[in-house]
Design a protein around this ligand. Structure first.
Ligand code: ZN
Length: 297
């Protein structure tokens, strides 16, 4: 009896002991399970974050696509704003122009349309201009885009194809054009100094080009696209010389004005100055430098 009780007590102790061990073993399992759960939750959380990021990306992409689509389809809101801009730039009132000119003459503020840019009048380095595309990737000052398009359309309506071959240029573009020209002269055997001087009469020294101003375009006939003196023989050029002033443009570098402009004869380079100034300049056969001198007197 005693033995049996002792045995049972032993067994209980053993069981308690064993049970504790089993218990500790169970705790290990629990910790392992918890670790696994944390790992799984972490993994799932990561997936959720990734998915959310992707969703945001898709949202952005679809937004971009929407914008592109709207542009391609010709968003009516965009069109109307473009129209407004055209009306605004195409129709600069004569009063406005008069005000500009008289302001300039009295030495107040330089009007934007008569801004002189040449070898002795360079643009500030931080010069910037609001641009509008006028076709084929060409951009000009937004204020003249309407007038330019109207002029080209009018020429076309009379049977003269007029192509824009050069328009607004960035400083970087002007630098590369100028350096290429200098290199050409150097190849011909000129010293660097002489090559620069020669190049400067054909490609304006960076900072002194009207193309950087956004108010100048090089226009050629659709029948002859060479940038040389033969351009003046084309019907398109002759039409332009007769009508450009009506749209506010002038032939900027006439044949006999190189000394004043610093640029060789360019029967393709047209510059916007506004209708009134353009009429005076073209009627008198003078260049912009002379016109501004007259005004200042
Ligand atoms: Zn030009």
């Amino acid at each position: 009896m005693y033995r049996a009780r002792e045995l049972r007590a032993k067994q209980k102790r053993y069981e308690r002991e064993y049970g504790r061990r089993r218990g500790s073993h169970g705790l290990g399992k629990k910790i392992g399970g918890l670790c696994f759960l944390v790992f799984v939750l972490g993994f799932l959380f990561g997936r959720v974050v990734l998915a959310a990021e992707q969703l945001i990306e898709w949202e952005n992409l679809s937004f971009v696509a929407d914008v592109r689509e709207a542009k391609e389809e010709g968003n009516p809101r965009e069109d109307s704003s473009r129209e407004e801009q055209e009306t605004f730039s195409g129709m600069i009132s004569e009063e406005e122009e008069m005000e500009n000119i008289s302001g300039y003459a009295s030495g107040k503020e330089e009007p934007w349309n008569l801004r002189l840019v040449n070898f002795s009048h360079s643009l500030p380095e931080d010069f910037s201009v609001d641009l509008t595309e006028v076709g084929d990737g060409h951009q000009v000052d937004s204020r003249i885009a309407g007038a330019l398009k109207e002029m080209i359309a009018a020429g076309k309506a009379e049977g003269y194809g007029i192509w824009i071959v050069s328009s607004y240029r960035t400083m970087e573009k002007q630098v590369s054009l100028y350096e290429r020209k200098v290199a050409q002269f150097q190849k011909q055997g000129y010293s660097l100094e002489e090559a620069r001087r020669q190049a400067g009469t054909m490609v304006a020294v960076p900072g002194t080009s009207e193309h950087q101003l956004g108010l100048a375009v090089d226009l050629v006939s659709s029948e002859y696209t060479g940038l040389d003196e033969r351009q003046e023989k084309t019907g398109s050029y002759q039409w332009l010389v007769r009508h450009c002033a009506e749209y506010g443009f002038i032939l900027r570098y006439p044949n006999d004005k190189t000394e004043m402009t610093g640029i060789i004869y360019e029967p393709w380079h047209f510059r916007y100055v506004g209708v009134e100034a353009a009429r005076e300049i073209m009627d008198q056969g003078i260049c912009l430098e002379e016109y501004l001198e007259q005004k200042a007197r």
